[in-house]
Design a protein around this ligand. Sequence first.
Ligand SMILES: *Cc1c(COP(=O)(O)O)cnc(C)c1O
Length: 411
Amino acid sequence: MFNSAWEREHVWHPYAAIPNPNPVYQVTSASGVYLTLDGGQQVIDGMSSWWSAIHGYNVPELNQAIEKQLKDMAHVMFGGLTHQPAMDLAKTLIDITPSNLQHVFFADSGSVAVETALKMALQYWQGRNNDKKTKFLSFTHAYHGDTFGAMSVCDPENSMHHLYKGLLPTHIFVPPNIQDLRTAFAEHHQELAAMVVEPIVQGAGGMLFYDAEVLAEIRSLCEEYNVLLIADEIATGFGRTGKLFACEHADITPDILCLGKALTGGYMTLAAVLTDPKISQGIQKQGDILMHGPTFMANPLACAVAKASIDLLLASDWQKRIQNIETLLKQGLLPCLSSDKVADIRVMGAIGVVEMKEAMDIPIIQADLIEQGVWLRPFGKLLYTMPSFVIENNQLDQITTAMLHCTQTEV
Ligand SMILES: *Cc1c(COP(=O)(O)O)cnc(C)c1O
């Protein structure tokens, strides 16, 4: 019998060490908003599996979509072949995103979507015979993934940059405010291929929010200075911030849009890059083709469940639900401010963040949360929840109560 002691010696976890990893909890099943742990304890999942399981777990409609597709085929290569699940999903994505985004590239993870988007932008300028535009502008505290290209547009101070010093391409970083943005565009526009942004909410780089006016300003600066705009909505897409896509807060349209995480309702790994025809045409100007093609591109099971997830979301009263979650998170987290260990609380849509003054002892906090029947994965100074949209009021209350408890005890 393989047990957790064996596991700890052999199986790598995200951002972890071997040997001597932090403790992990074994999950035996998941249903609705509950994870069942080895031993039978049920905990409310306040993370929705890294923000992706927006409908909760074991969702009949999503199970059915996969089972139905499985009978036809689990996978076929996408080079030279196509299939209905990819066509149906592409059509849906084109329908629900801004009208200028007409072309869809299916990638197999968010990081790969970002890589593809960066390559598209670079190839676009190559197609125009511009060999100067090879840099990207992104925000301090940006997070865009863990692969090399994606890492290079993550905040250099707050990410893995230091581990790969001298090995990553160097790009340009700016804090999310209008003044600094104007200066950066004026100074660097000639070398800028694109600006890459997480619209409105910066996720893994610090769970920070910035104003819609900043995003609107970026759009107009990109226009003014002839720089492409890549919106990375891998974390924010599909309702998380209260809008279907966070770009809608500023009523802007990117040239390239990356989607992932909640795209499949948390069932399978899949991401998508949508582009304006000017990008695809630009790439082809010198007769070039887009040089990317993952083995599992447009996996039919993933496409089928993504389509079902989007249908389910759009058929639900998601706006009302997320508004209700936002209201309850604000109410529930407000009392955290009375703790002198808390620096800030912030809530947007179905995102609730408590920022502590000091970094937390994660294993201790996590054990305390589990005892209170809640699964969260805090990092650094950030204790946060991004629950699934189907969470009930009393379940959400249990999460915020557990978070409040963490701010008030000696953990
Ligand atoms: C999670 C995330 C990524 C990376 O996606 P993976 O599927 O983990 O590779 C990229 N950008 C943002 C904004 C993310 O939140």
